[in-house]
Design a protein around this ligand. Structure first.
Ligand code: NCD
Length: 333
């Protein structure tokens, strides 16, 4: 694996390897000294062109736990706001010898552009590009589901995939890179996925995705769901009205107190409730649901650090930058 750009082209072998490595990394987080020397001397740059709290902090914690040097670069307050192009920014990072660039960008495709441009030699990790993909979020979600699934099946948690798990993803699918990355990865890992949304918040072509589509949350729940993932209503990406009112949205599409209570009567005693954050409490998820024992919101954040440690470790622990350059010289001479 040279870069981590999307889950659509991530094979099962690599996906399971990341999850298994994350399982080993999570043991480091439980120790008093939460640090491994694995990436000592390597430089990881967090290049964030869009606001982020947990993803940026999570990548920073992950890199630091592996003893890498971390440079945080936020586009606000940098020369990007003076109109500097992605190319110039990338070349500046290259001149600083970055080994990995973790990029979040408002433009779908920006990480691919960076990885394929030849502007930099670093490994590129997509930390969310526009409405396209957010692979490490899907991996941390899958990691969280796998732990839950293995507990239910009483299996060992490593090496296994998600075959048989029923996942529903509800809400603003149209604007969600989290939904896209999850659909691809969950398909690869063998889970079955149902997207639930109002027709206005489903993307064109969704019928060709490897999942079911429903407009009705209650009937989806009634069929049985092991993991219920709620998506944030992304008001900042909405330039029109996609639903009648917040109240109506919460009633029809939100995971509210009534639906939380219905899980018991539906016999879904082990169903977990997930959300990538940040949450709009009272809109797509009620406070009671977000704070209930079924909620994995904080476990997802915790698992995010382990998964990002695994990704950085697998991308960077091989050859050093100098060794790679030597190899390229040899192979091109
Ligand atoms: C998600 C994102 O930025 O795509 N959040 C995250 O990474 N934790 C989802 C969202 O913003 O709704």
């Amino acid at each position: 694996m040279r870069h981590l750009l999307s889950t659509e082209d991530l094979g099962r072998g690599d996906a399971v390897r990341i999850l298994d490595t994350a399982e080993e990394m999570s043991a480091v987080g439980d120790r008093e000294v939460k640090k491994l020397p694995a990436l000592r001397g390597r430089t990881v740059v967090n290049l964030f062109f869009e606001d982020s709290t947990r993803t940026r902090i999570s990548f920073e914690a992950a890199a630091k736990r592996l003893s890498a040097d971390v440079i945080n670069f936020a586009a606000k307050g940098s020369s990007v706001s003076k109109g500097e192009s992605l190319k110039d920014t990338a070349q500046t990072l290259e001149a600083m010898s970055a080994d990995a660039v973790v990029i979040r960008h408002w433009a779908s495709g920006a990480p691919q552009r960076l990885a394929n441009s030849g502007w930099i030699d670093a490994a590129v990790v997509n930390a969310g590009d526009g409405t396209h993909e957010h692979p490490t979020q899907a991996l941390l979600d899958a990691f969280t589901m796998r732990r839950h699934w293995s507990r239910l099946n009483r299996n060992a948690s490593t090496g296994a995939d998600l075959t048989g798990l029923r996942v529903a993803i509800a809400g603003d699918v149209l604007h969600s890179r989290v939904a896209r990355s999850n659909v691809w990865l969950l398909r690869t890992l063998g889970a079955s996925v149902t997207l639930v949304a109002p027709p206005t918040l489903l993307p064109v072509g969704v019928e060709h995705w490897p999942c079911e589509v429903s407009y009705d949350l209650d009937s989806t729940l009634a069929k049985g769901v092991d993991a219920m993932m709620m998506l944030r209503v992304q008001a900042e990406r909405m330039n029109a009205s996609f639903f009648p009112s917040a109240r109506e949205y919460a009633r029809r599409w939100g995971f509210d107190d009534r639906r939380l209570a219905s899980l018991d009567s539906l016999g879904l005693k082990d169903t977990i409730i997930m959300h990538p954050g940040p949450m709009n409490r009272g809109l797509e998820i009620s406070s009671a649901a977000a704070d209930s024992p079924r909620s994995t919101v904080l476990a997802q954040v915790r698992n995010g650090v382990s998964v990002r440690m695994a990704a950085l470790y697998l991308l960077l622990s091989g050859d050093t930058r100098e060794e790679r350059n030597e190899l390229t010289k040899v192979s091109s001479s």
